[in-house]
Ligand binder design. Structure first.
Ligand code: XMP
Ligand code: MG
Length: 177
């Protein structure tokens, strides 16, 4: 295991198995709809790539950028969104890496909601078990996890570790406080 990882939380095989299940569920729900997937970069890049290849639906893909972090592990309070897509009259599925405080997804739902989609659903790979300041729910959830800072499979600490193939907990000693 890598020296900056405290422990592996979700091994790659488990991620793939869960993606198979999520894809089945999503396929069923959207089989007769015109689906637009909106992936939230950078965190959902790897999740989206793996999930979409399991989805045999005629979908469109758009990517938006959202940033609410300034490097560390604390959320900054405001969310910057870039590259908002044209989703007028589309059934939209947002793909996000993790639902933590809910700040990011609340902002994304609000902004995309203004663009007149026919429907707006949310799929997150991870959801932290905690009290959320922002009331936001996800329609599809990969894994519920404890409130710990995780890295890998797209998730970063100061833009590092996104390319780890599994989801792990970052060691205290690898953090700059
Ligand atoms: P909020 O608090 O807005 O957080 O729900 C969502 C965004 O914050 C990032 N985030 C994390 N990134 N490990 C990460 O690498 C974590 O444990 C973590 N918790 C939150 C993430 O970018 C997400 O989009
Ligand atoms: Mg991040």
């Amino acid at each position: 295991m890598e020296e900056f990882v405290e422990r592996v939380l979700i091994p790659t095989a488990e991620i793939y198995q869960r993606l198979d299940e999520l894809a089945q569920q999503i396929r069923k729900d959207f089989q007769d709809k015109e689906l637009t997937v909106v992936a939230v970069l950078n965190g959902s890049l790897i999740f989206a790539a793996d999930l979409l290849r399991r989805l045999p639906l005629p979908l469109k893909l758009d990517c938006i950028s959202a940033s609410s972090y300034h490097g560390g592990i604390e959320s900054s309070g405001t969310v910057n969104l870039a590259n908002l897509p044209d989703i007028n009259g589309r059934h939209v599925l947002i793909l996000e890496d993790i639902l933590d405080t809910g700040l990011t997804l609340t902002a994304i739902q609000e902004e995309l909601g203004k663009l007149c989609p026919l429907s707006l659903r949310v799929c997150v790979l991870l959801r932290k078990r905690k009290r959320r300041a922002h009331l936001v729910t996800a329609d599809y959830i990969g894994f519920d996890i404890e409130d710990e800072f995780v890295i890998g499979y797209g998730l970063d600490y100061q833009e590092k570790y996104r390319n780890l193939p599994y989801i792990g907990i970052l060691k205290e000693s690898a953090r700059e406080e």
